[in-house]
Design a protein around this ligand. Structure first.
Ligand code: GLA
Length: 741
């Protein structure tokens, strides 16, 4: 890993084993992009990467040079309106009404390690040797605004992190109306664009399209990263697949409104932009003030999508997630939501906890409904004190009883929300996000608190800290169950209303930061009606996230598969729930429900009291299995094998770092009759090592399993009387491979 500056050619080359990123100072002082891709040799001068041709109809800054036009140059901080007709990375609204800027190079600094981003989540290093950072300062002379572009290259990951800090060093106020985190101009557009889209209970389905001349984009203006789109896209060569080919993964470490877009121009160059959604955004920068953009992370892989995903998994699992739980196998939990919904009291909870304990479950999580006036979803949000009618001994008393059983205790909060039927609203009606003169919309009877106001964050902090400090709480599920609407803060002047969405998220981050610092032992799980805020920003505070409110095993296969393109298994909350499933009304075998959930942070969410002795026996075995294998399942190298979006079967596997152990999950959705034999070509094994398949006599070399495949045929391939278990719909199997030596 290194960052080299070639003074003569004014060229920067950032590289590690996997990737090179090369920039130069252009003739007009702007920062130009020369190359981004697989590692190449360093050279004094790469200026031949700049293609110039005098093109008709181009606006050119130099009278005597028709070949130099911003419209055709690849740039790092472009802005619209000065001859570049593509969308820009920055826009500064000035007092005279102009929006033009001319950011030119001033100086740069190369430092070991990676500086923190104040108030924002970001990847980090644990020692200076892990990364190097280049800070390039550009300035727009007329406004005095500087842009400090930060590029971090990691030693151990084929990844580059980029963000921008704007400072108003002039003497007049300006408003930033566009402040993207990353701009990458690529010389061709021969890519497939992969986005991860869906909606509530159907999150993160991979959707592939071809960027054509014009704009291909995903984004959110819902105030959270959203169920509908994820702040993550992939540009892959059309021939690339899981095992081979080039792919760029672009991920924004942010939980609010975002935009990621690819703009293809008339000459087939592609501009990738990622950052806070400019629509509705405006940040007043008075003289002396600064604005820090969120961080964008670019991963380059030349060995396919699997390789790209594993880079994200390692980077986000180890250098974005933080805290004592980061590297620890996660507790097996039982959550009472789908077991009781709002219908519970202390006795009922304790009964469930005792049954769970009997199965070996380690953590009892009390979900929604324990506080204030809340007995259904119409009241109580905002008042985080226990309801004595339901919990006569309070949270403290309940937690003590759970601990006395030998389990840990966890608790649900939805700190950002408020019901009108609450003491909080009665005392602070102006703390709602609401536009003057307009009726605020409700969502699930709830409104959002104005987290852009420090006093609101302080209030929630005091309420939550009192509960967490007053009882033995080991886990917190932080929910958020509606999108922002009528966004407006009563505390900000009209000229600052464009700041509210971002200030809201900064308030959320602030509360998370305070609580995770004060209660470092607590495992936080983020949630937004399931997967509405499954993003890297949240992972910085909460190492796991409730992946989706859909707990049906078949749907979960798809959701977890799509989620795995960017996010590690250790981040995916996954529970075994009741059948018929509460979202899909589908009946799947208990075994399959567990076989899907074990590729996640495993738990149960059902009334154990309704299960038969046989089923409880099966659960005990599942829990014991998970205890033995969770470190491997959650922290091993994850390989997608068969997509549930492409056929009737799906498969994935996890391999230990030393390649001595692997777990393969194989799933058949509908039963078939008289079907073909099936083989599953495994991935990631040591080709020269012999593996024993647990529960059988079979022993195979890694190369056999990867080239010829694991034979997964069952009784659907012809009649096999008495040989294997009869098949039904939704069957699944786990194969455990252990090194035979
Ligand atoms: C959201 C969450 C669920 C549950 C309910 C409680 O929908 O995603 O898991 O906590 O809220 O109201």
């Amino acid at each position: 890993m290194n960052i080299v500056y070639h003074a003569k050619s004014k060229t920067f080359h950032l590289y590690n084993d996997r990737l090179s990123y090369i920039m130069t100072v252009l003739r007009n002082g702007h920062l130009g992009q020369l190359y981004c891709g697989a590692r190449i040799h360093d050279r004094e001068d790469f200026s031949y990467f700049l293609e110039f041709a005098p093109r008709a109809m181009s606006a050119c800054p130099y009278e005597n040079d028709r070949s130099f036009s911003l419209e055709h140059l690849r740039q790092e901080l472009p802005s619209f309106g000065t001859g570049d007709y593509r969308d820009g990375a920055v826009e500064v609204f000035q007092e005279d009404g102009s929006r033009l800027t001319d950011f030119h190079y001033v100086n740069h600094q190369i430092t070991p390690g990676k500086p923190k981003l104040n108030g924002l989540p970001a990847t980090y290093t644990e020692s200076d040797g892990e990364a190097m950072t280049l800070l390039v300062t550009l300035r727009d002379d007329l406004t005095g605004v500087t842009a400090e572009l930060s590029y971090t290259i990691f030693r151990d990951f084929g990844a580059l992190a980029r963000s921008v800090r704007y400072s108003n060093k002039g003497d007049r106020p300006v408003t930033l109306t566009r402040a993207m985190s990353l701009c990458l101009d690529l010389p061709d557009c021969d890519y497939d664009w992969l986005q991860f889209s869906g909606c509530w209970t159907r999150e993160r389905k991979p959707v592939c399209r071809r960027p054509e001349q014009g704009i291909t984009a995903v984004g959110s203006r819902r105030g959270h990263s959203s169920h509908e789109q994820n702040p993550f896209v992939v540009l892959k060569r059309p021939t690339a697949d899981e095992d081979q080919g080039e792919a760029f993964g672009l991920s924004l470490v942010y939980s609010g409104n975002f935009l990621i877009q690819a703009e293809v121009d008339a000459h087939s160059t592609l501009r990738l932009l990622a950052g806070i959604h400019p629509e509705g955004f405006g940040w007043l920068l008075k003289p002396g003030e600064s604005f820090q953009t969120p961080e964008a992370v670019l991963v380059y892989a030349d060995r396919g999508l699997g390789d790209m995903s594993r880079t994200f998994h390692r980077l986000y699992g180890r250098r974005l997630a933080r805290g004592v739980w980061r590297d620890q196998p996660r507790p097996i939990l039982i959550n009472n939501w789908e077991a009781t919904y709002f219908d519970f009291n202390e006795d009922k909870l304790l009964r469930l906890a005792r049954q769970a304990k009997d199965c070996g479950i380690e953590l009892f999580v009390l979900d929604d409904g324990w506080f204030g006036r809340r007995t259904d979803d119409r009241a109580g949000l905002g008042d985080w004190t226990p309801n004595p009618a339901r919990l006569p001994n309070g949270i403290q008393g309940l937690a003590e009883k759970i601990e006395a059983l030998g389990m840990r205790f966890g608790l649900w909060f939805e700190p950002e929300a408020v019901n009108k039927n609450s003491a909080m609203y009665e005392q602070h009606p102006d703390w709602l996000l609401a536009t003057p003169g307009r009726t605020p919309s409700q969502g699930r009877y709830e409104y959002l608190l104005d987290f852009s106001r420090p006093e609101v964050v302080d209030n929630l902090h005091a309420q939550m800290a009192a509960i967490l400090g007053g009882a033995k709480v080991s886990y917190v599920k932080w929910d958020m169950n509606r999108s922002i609407s009528e966004c407006y803060s009563a505390a900000l002047p009209p000229g600052r209303q464009g700041e509210v969405y971002h200030r809201y998220i900064l308030g959320v981050y602030d509360l998370y930061e305070r609580l995770t610092k004060e209660f470092p032992h607590i495992l936080f799980e983020s949630c937004a009606s399931g997967g509405g805020r499954f993003d890297p920003g949240m992972l910085y505070y909460a190492p796991q996230c409730w992946t989706s409110d859909n707990t049906d095993a078949v749907e979960r296969l798809r959701i977890q598969y799509g989620t795995s393109f960017c996010y590690p298994v250790s981040s995916m909350g996954a529970h075994v729930s009741a059948v018929p499933n509460h979202q899909m009304y589908r009946v799947t075998p208990l075994e399959t429900r567990a076989n899907v959930a074990c590729f996640g942070t495993f738990g149960y969410e059902l009334d154990l009291g309704r299960l038969s002795g046989e089923e409880l026996g099966e659960i005990k075995k599942q829990v014991a299995f998970m205890k033995e294998y969770r470190a491997l399942l959650q922290f091993g190298d994850f390989y997608r094998l068969k997509s549930p979006f492409e056929g009737n079967t799906a498969a994935w596997m996890t391999v230990s770092g030393d390649k001595r152990r692997a777990v393969v999950g194989f799933y058949r959705i509908l039963n078939t009759s008289n079907d073909a034999y099936t083989r599953l070509r495994l991935r990631g094994l040591d080709p020269d090592r012999l593996y024993r398949i647990k529960g059988t006599e079979a022993c195979h070399y890694g190369d056999e399993l990867m080239r010829a495949g694991l034979i997964t045929s069952d009784s659907t391939a012809g009649e096999q009387y008495g040989v294997v278990k009869p098949c039904t719909d939704f069957i699944s199997r786990l194969y455990i491979l252990d090194a035979a030596d």
